[in-house]
Design a protein around this ligand. Structure first.
Ligand code: ZN
Length: 248
């Protein structure tokens, strides 16, 4: 089975559709680990697409804030403004959909996925301080996560060697294939579809191929100008659409 791993779409329809075009025919099931909405201009369209496409979807912190399960107290003022805008823009049906989204972890065949971390859906796995205890802990061999908007992740070999998965600055499309070795442990971040923050503005996703035992990382340019124009028209905060072209 090949799983399309989607995370942190953030209401960015252009980025989502471009990723789905590139991924077409390369996967069997799609899953999404949260933050469907927040920041971007197309929350309803993104939810409609994700709910039809994905076998399993779990919630992210922005999904919780936008549907009112959580206040946006921890958010910066721009993110809070976008949360308010999204709440107003959502149809009653989609508000209900977000409210009903389950919290992670979700268990699939041979791996689990979470928004933030297996211990806490809102926690960021940023480096060895968070990653090593998880890789040494009792979790499954493969844990997929999002939330940081940084494509890559971490591995621990059976000999105890810890490594960050670094995505090379390669041309568009498939950028890196990481083999899954028996006995090694993996924390896999597919990157963000709708608002990458790893200084590469291109939309990111990954495919976990359990038959070939490999993770494939992808990056693709999309029509960012169109997303930005929609955000400007919707009067979403300027820094939120400027950051899209910077990948920050
Ligand atoms: Zn996010």
């Amino acid at each position: 089975m090949r799983y399309l791993l989607l995370s942190d779409v953030h209401s960015n329809l252009e980025a989502l559709y471009t990723c789905l075009e590139l991924a077409a025919g390369r996967y069997d099931k799609a899953i999404c680990f949260g933050d469907l909405v927040g920041y971007g201009p197309n929350p309803n369209e993104v939810i409609d697409k994700i709910r039809n496409l994905c076998t399993v979807v779990i919630r992210g912190n922005h999904d919780k804030a936008c549907c009112g399960i959580d206040d946006a107290k921890e958010f910066n003022p721009y993110a809070r403004m976008a949360t308010e805008w999204t709440r107003q823009a959502l149809t009653p049906r989609n508000l209900e959909y977000l409210r009903a989204l389950p919290m992670g972890p979700a268990v699939m065949e041979g791996f689990i996925f979470v928004h933030g971390s297996p211990n806490n859906e809102d926690e960021y796995i940023l480096g060895p301080a968070q990653a090593l205890p998880l890789l040494r802990g009792p979790e499954t061999q493969i844990v997929c996560f999002g939330h940081t908007h940084l494509q890559g992740g971490f591995t621990l070999s059976s000999e105890g060697r810890f490594q960050s998965i670094r995505i090379p600055a390669t041309p568009d499309g498939l950028t890196l294939t990481v083999p899954i070795e028996d006995g090694d442990r993996y924390l896999i971040n597919p990157g963000s579809i709708g608002q990458p923050r790893d200084h590469d503005w291109r939309a990111g996703f990954a495919i976990l191929d359990l038959d070939q035992k490999a993770v494939e990382y992808y990056r693709t340019p999309y029509n960012v100008a169109q997303t930005q124009a929609k955000m400007e028209k919707a009067q979403l905060p300027l820094p939120l659409y400027r950051r899209l072209e910077l990948g920050r």
